[in-house]
Design a protein around this ligand. Sequence first.
Ligand code: NAD
Length: 265
Amino acid sequence: MRLEDKVALITGAGSGIGRESALLFASEGASVMAVDLDEDANADTVAEVRARGGTAAASHADVSHADDARSMIEDAEATFGRLDVLFNNAGISHADDADAVGTEEVVWDLTMDVNVKGVWLGCKFGIPALRRSGGGSIINTASFVALMGAATPQLAYTASKGAVLSMTRELAVIHAREGIRVNALCPGPLNTELLMKYLDTPDKKQRRLVHIPMGRFGEAAEMARAALYLASDESSYVTGTAFTVDGGITAAYVTPDAIAPEASP
Ligand code: NAD
């Protein structure tokens, strides 16, 4: 088992990447502290882990609040005795996030609070716990938009994910000699609630799909498998990376769909 005897805290465990990671990490031997703002969804994840024979407990937290972030780490150590993996995954994409002119201050601040401050607070209280365990792995969920821009703007979200990526690199450098590895997971567009609530017609979906070389959205379970690698000792020499799992989107200049048949070699 790839996470045997390890304790992993996962934020945003009630849905999408976080839920799939909770299920996968537990199936690989980890004790999982599932954290979410949505208590019911989080409880469902814990119940599902247990139903499959795994070990998990729930902690209710808003990752953007310092007291909550402190208590989720305390919950992990109090329940399972240690912390080895900190997966700062919770994030939001606000419906009113737009371009510079159209984005309201309240939308900007909320996005930054959850997506950036939430990652920092996880690290602020989680790093001392990882030190107490003799080291560990931090995974921060960024996005492919940390690496590329789009003409369909969500400026606050994009800026927040850029901040997650740059923060990850600096954390990796600062803590490298303490045995704490820090990597950013950069998913492409996924078939999860966060994106699909906006891409709610076949036409909207298709307009996004033309940019993805593989021609399909990613699945949360595919992100969980990448996170598992970063969480486990298999990635023991990997730190400070932007780990892209994106169906080729960041590699693309022109996708196969955009090439007329007569222009193909
Ligand atoms: P999701 O919406 O399915 O799940 C996010 C979870 O985070 C939810 O359960 C929600 O309740 C929780 N959450 C939101 N705010 C919180 C807070 N303040 N405190 C605690 N929990 C909170 O989303 P997902 O697609 O699984 O996304 C997970 C991460 O992946 C996010 O950081 C997101 O930005 C990133 N991401 C998603 C996509 C995509 O296309 N879905 C692409 C790139 C990156």
